[in-house]
Design a protein around this ligand. Structure first.
Ligand code: NAD
Length: 475
């Protein structure tokens, strides 16, 4: 039995590793310290990478079916410990029960589904004279670096395809949310040989050491675009492969024929799921001017009637706190900027800085200018600009006028118009009349500065491999 409430150790070469120096982890709903986790030294990172390198030899030669079976078994392990994972996730990340359930069972489901995937050899020629085959060989040791908004799921999105492809992994969680990841990797040792998955904890410096490490072959990174640039620069020195899942500023375009009451609830969840700490959260809503007032007012009514911001551990909480003090200050700054510029709040707008946790009220900003910070930047907190549009070409241009290209959505009854507009949006995922539908078999990634490469699907699996072409002259 594993104790989820204490003994947070790194896992290096199958063994629990503690350090004298630790760093604190907070419950964002109370600001109380709930754990101290190890501070990985450079020598310990070297040990972790060396153990993953050793493990790679045997793991990459383990039959695919056996690797798939073990990856699926990791899913079973999460399910068997789901209650403990959900409680811990709420404690360290802040998300309420429904969100924790989605993430924990989603992680299990992802492991099981990715375990069904494989990359077949491609026979390009098989004639009397020659046989030409392209096959996919595992890259080696993967450094997986994850953020604090979906700590378990985004780790699984990297570990599952890496292991199926035959790679081994050194995982680094965010210093803000390391606990579920530490426990997951500790549990995984029941199934995996030592070194196949290691987990190390530390601050951003540890991430830098990983991106520069000569014996890591690939960095699978999810985080901000600013950090993604550092990762790409650092990885360049050793020509590491990188997958970068970065920030977003997803637009939603609302046509004049929607039912305001129905779309209001859909837009609420599109924008505020996970307390808007979500790369794919809708971050700008363009509502046709004919229906703007009705949709705005319906959203306000929905929020006032249904949304309780509070401790995720309380049953009636809809949205939890901001996950950490750094992000809380960033979000406060957007409130301040809106206030300073005299923008109107349709709902919310006042942060109670005396609250016990890092709580922020759900806030709608009523038609701010297109070039304001709240429209052009990624607040990563529950403050959302509503904007008016009247001309289709103009709204498409505004939606695309950003360095980001992660996701986008279009909402309307006229399906021709919905699809026509959707086809013009520059984003990795475009949802039409629905939102945040993901699948392990659906490629996920960003256009423009929202990322490089993708996760999930066979395209994502391929990113953990080198392609190798063999040509054989038979006579
Ligand atoms: P972040 O970039 O600050 O940190 C992400 C991870 O990188 C952490 O583990 C951190 O310790 C590490 N890190 C920091 N500096 C590093 C460096 N120089 N080298 C290597 N690693 C380093 O991001 P965050 O604040 O944890 O997460 C929020 C951001 O992540 C948002 O911009 C959000 O949109 C983005 N995000 C993207 C996706 C996606 O799939 N595209 C998903 C979730 C979050």
């Amino acid at each position: 039995m594993i104790n989820f409430d204490s003994d947070y150790a790194m896992t290096i070469d199958g063994k629990a590793v503690f350090t004298d120096k630790t760093h604190p982890v907070y419950n964002p709903a109370t600001k109380a310290v709930i754990a101290g986790v190890p501070d990985c030294s450079q020598a310990q990172l070297d040990e972790a990478v060396a153990s993953s390198r050793r493990a790679f030899g045997a793991w990459s030669k383990t039959p695919l079916a056996e690797r798939q079976e073990k990856v699926a078994a990791l899913g079973d392990l999460i399910e068997a410990n789901a209650e403990a994972f959900m409680a811990l996730l709420t404690r360290e990340q802040g998300k309420p029960r429904a969100g924790a359930e989605w993430e924990v069972f989603g992680s299990a489901a992802w492991l099981k589904e990715i375990a069904t995937q494989s990359l077949e050899d491609e026979v390009l020629e098989d004639s009397a004279e020659r046989r030409v085959v392209t096959r996919y060989t595992p890259l080696g040791v993967v450094g997986a670096i994850v953020p604090w908004n979906f700590p378990l799921l985004l780790a699984v999105w990297k570990i599952a395809p890496a292991l199926v492809a035959g790679c081994t992994v050194v995982l680094k969680p965010s210093p803000y949310t390391p606990l579920c990841d530490l426990k997951f990797v500790e549990l995984a040792q029941q199934i995996l040989p030592p070194g196949v998955v290691n987990c190390v904890t530390g601050d951003d410096e540890l991430g830098k050491w990983m991106t520069a490490h000569p014996d890591i072959n690939k960095i699978a990174f999810t985080g901000s675009t600013a950090t993604g640039r550092h990762v790409a620069r650092s990885a360049a020195d050793t020509i590491k492969r990188v997958t970068l899942e970065l920030g977003g500023n997803d637009p939603a375009i609302v046509l004049p024929d929607v039912d305001p009451e129905v779309v209001a609830e859909q837009l609420f969840w599109a924008s505020f799921q996970n307390n808007a700490q979500f790369c794919n959260a809708t971050k700008r809503v363009y509502i046709h001017e004919e229906i703007y007032d009705q949709v705005r007012d319906a959203m306000v009514r929905f929020i006032e009637a249904n949304v309780k911001v509070g401790d995720g551990a309380e049953e009636d909480t809809t949205l939890g706190p901001i996950q950490n003090s750094m992000q809380y200050e960033k979000v406060q700054d957007y409130f301040e900027d809106c206030r300073k510029n005299g923008f109107k709040f349709a709902v919310g707008g006042e942060i109670d800085t005396n609250a016990p946790g890092w709580f922020v009220p759900v806030t709608l900003v009523d038609n701010p200018p297109e070039d304001s910070r709240i429209v052009t930047e990624e607040p990563f907190g529950p403050i959302l600009p509503l904007l008016k549009w009247s001309d289709e070409a103009d709204v498409v241009a505004r939606a695309n006028d950003t360095i980001y290209g992660l996701g986008a959505s279009v909402w309307g009854k006229d399906l021709d118009a919905v699809q026509r507009i959707g086809a013009q949006l520059e984003a990795g995922t475009v949802w039409l009349n629905e939102i945040h539908e993901y699948s392990p078999h659906q490629a996920f990634g960003g256009h423009k500065q929202s990322g490089l490469g993708c996760e999930n699907s066979l395209h994502g699996l391929m990113e953990y491999t080198n392609w190798q072409t063999t040509t054989l002259k038979k006579q």
